[in-house]
Design a protein around this ligand. Structure first.
Ligand code: NAP
Length: 335
């Protein structure tokens, strides 16, 4: 891996994608920023340059396969061969299934699921002939455990897992050195909750506990730059709990989330403004940022994430402790 890698990030104009771009910029990376909103992208580019990176942006709708291919070509022409491709762009709709419109299901699937597929294919077209490179899929606890009111989003996130597993088998079959990893995220304080399409009576919120996106972005950088990234990274204890509980007690969770999931995803004292713009079919103008409006309720660090990032240290510490214990026991029994 190049010590100053070329990184493509979709969804880089705001939210987690913008935090990921910042985190790579701090390592001196060359970054291709992909999203629709030119003002948000230009602001992200400036921030990346200030942080020590070199960035360009290509306004692109990821639901258009040829536009994604064009963005990948532009990045390679201007920055060089892409080392890391991060699929992050998303849209969602907060609504019970019974009130969803068919066109909204199609749009979420086109952007979120197919956007990841097109991004992965654009990366593969370049990485496979070179036999190197890493593709990072941004996942979610909801990629394993669906919740009420977000059926289109949860369906697409599950589909990304399915697509990624198929591709991973094919890479093994072809003995490819192209790496593929998924980072499953917890709830984060991102811009999503300012502009997501919402049919509920109140404004939306991530299900607490909430993490700042910068905390999660560090895991994406570690995954992308690892020589041999793990198959998956589970970020934050809420993600671990949701995925493990889904394996063992899915029926219990269905009932629990049926009871709590409507309330926990809405801000009780904030009625929805019916005229508020949403980002489903077009971007919301403005420069925006990585973070949303939940700063006062968001965690800036996580012990579990620290352990995830430094697993080898902990393994060595445990190994040394066991070794020392065994030695002392041996000495005592000889005496
Ligand atoms: N926030 C959370 O609680 C949470 C939890 C778990 C996982 N995640 C994952 O984190 C990732 C980022 O989510 P987020 O919360 O940061 O979302 P966000 O704040 O809404 O940002 C979404 C990004 O995607 C871009 N985008 C939307 N539609 C697009 C399109 N058609 N073409 C290109 N770009 C498009 C947006 O930019 P433009 O509008 O400029 O196009 C923006 O840059 C997603 O994969 C999501 O599943 C988030």
């Amino acid at each position: 891996m190049n010590s100053y890698p070329v990184v493509a990030v979709t969804g880089a104009s705001a939210g987690l994608g913008r935090a990921i771009a910042h985190a790579y910029a701090k390592r001196g990376a060359k970054i291709g920023l992909i999203a629709r909103n030119p003002e948000g992208l230009a602001a992200a580019q400036r921030e990346c340059e200030e942080l020590g990176g070199n960035a360009i942006y290509i306004p692109t709708d990821v639901s258009d396969a040829s536009a994604v291919e064009h963005a990948a070509s532009a990045i390679e022409e201007q920055l060089g061969p892409i080392d890391i491709w991060v699929n992050d762009a998303m849209v969602s709709v907060f609504s019970p299934v019974k009130e969803m419109e068919a066109s909204d299901y199609k749009r979420v699937t086109d952007v979120l699921y197919l956007g990841f597929v097109y991004g992965t294919q654009a990366a593969l077209r370049r990485m496979l002939p070179r036999d190197r490179g890493t593709i990072v899929q941004i996942g979610s606890a909801l990629s394993y455990r669906s919740i009420p009111l977000q059926s289109a989003y949860c369906g697409a996130k599950h589909a990304i897992n399915g697509f990624t597993d198929s591709l991973r088998c094919e890479l093994f079959h072809d003995r490819s050195n192209v790496r593929l990893t998924t980072v499953q995220m917890p709830a984060m304080n991102t811009t999503q909750f300012n502009w997501v399409k919402n049919r509920m009576p109140h404004n939306t919120q991530p299900v607490p506990p909430i993490f700042e996106p910068e905390v999660a972005a560090e895991v994406v950088v570690a995954a992308g730059m690892a020589k041999n990234p793990r198959r998956e990274y589970w970020v934050g204890s809420p993600t671990v709990n949701a995925i493990v509980a889904q394996r063992f007690v899915p029926g219990l969770l269905d009932r629990y989330l049926g009871k709590t999931g409507y309330k926990s995803q809405q801000i009780a004292n904030e009625p929805r403004d019916p005229d508020a713009p949403n980002n489903l079919y077009d971007y919301v103008p403005g420069a925006h940022s990585a973070r949303g409006k939940f700063d006062d309720r968001s965690k800036r660090s996580s012990a579990e994430i620290f352990v995830v990032l430094h697993r080898q240290w902990f393994a060595w510490a445990a190994f040394s402790l066991v070794g020392t214990g065994a030695m002392m026991l041996g000495l005592r029994s000889r005496r």
